[in-house]
Design a protein around this ligand. Sequence first.
Ligand code: NAP
Length: 253
Amino acid sequence: MSTTEQRVAIVTGAARGIGAATAVRLAAEGRAVAVLDLDEAACKETVEKITAAGGRALAVGCDVSDEAQVEAAVARIVDELGAPTILVNNAGVLRDNLLFKMSASDWDTVMNVHLRGAFLMSRAAQKHMVDAGFGRIVNLSSSSALGNRGQVNYAAAKAGMQGFTKTLAKELGKFGITANAVAPGFIATEMTKVTGERLGMGFEDFKAAAATQIPVQRVGEPEDIANAVAFFTGDAAGFVSGQVLYVAGGPLN
Ligand code: NAP
């Protein structure tokens, strides 16, 4: 890459939460960022934050679990921003329930968004990384990968993301591509707010209760995860691959 060429990053699920913070952070690092989410209009706020700070960004509407939409979205990003060499598979959903009450459709939705979504996006983006001889893939796992009551679907998907990451690292390393996973603990976003509501707790009470269980005595913010993703996507991290970094305010048992 010439020194004047700008790397293009795709961040999925970037309309809000961790994805939005990551898109803004990667733009601050000088990347042109495709802000991808289900609803293109919902990406406007993240895109405006980036452009207001002098960056380049493109809003892209796409369901990551839909093969045709993923292929079309990546083709559009290549045309309008340039060939992507950084991919952050962050889009995610929860469909929590105890096993005996979980529907097959709630199982499938979680598998499709996290695992099928990361697979389709990585497959579509990797050819551009191979052509460039450089690539950075970061997958969002979770502390729930270690097991979490009421999340049999999500825990399986997030553990699956770790195996997926390690295999990408092995297959793609020879093309200058690294793959790593970031596994957040409790991060204050819409996702955890909804979980609190489901448990009958206001968000402030829910966060305060969670903080007492975390060694640093606070819950995480989306920027805490964006910082970790920024490290893995950097040019300087080329010898770090196939790793899972828990970002949870302390070690997990
Ligand atoms: P969030 O606030 O719910 O944001 C997730 C985003 O992903 C939403 O904008 C959502 O769009 C989008 N999305 C959902 N399905 C999609 C699809 N099929 N295609 C494209 N976009 C889709 O969640 P978050 O807390 O920022 O979480 C981000 C990632 O971190 C997820 O993978 C999550 O599992 C992981 N994580 C979060 C935490 C936490 O404590 N927050 C902890 C561990 C791991 P809609 O709004 O339209 O649904």
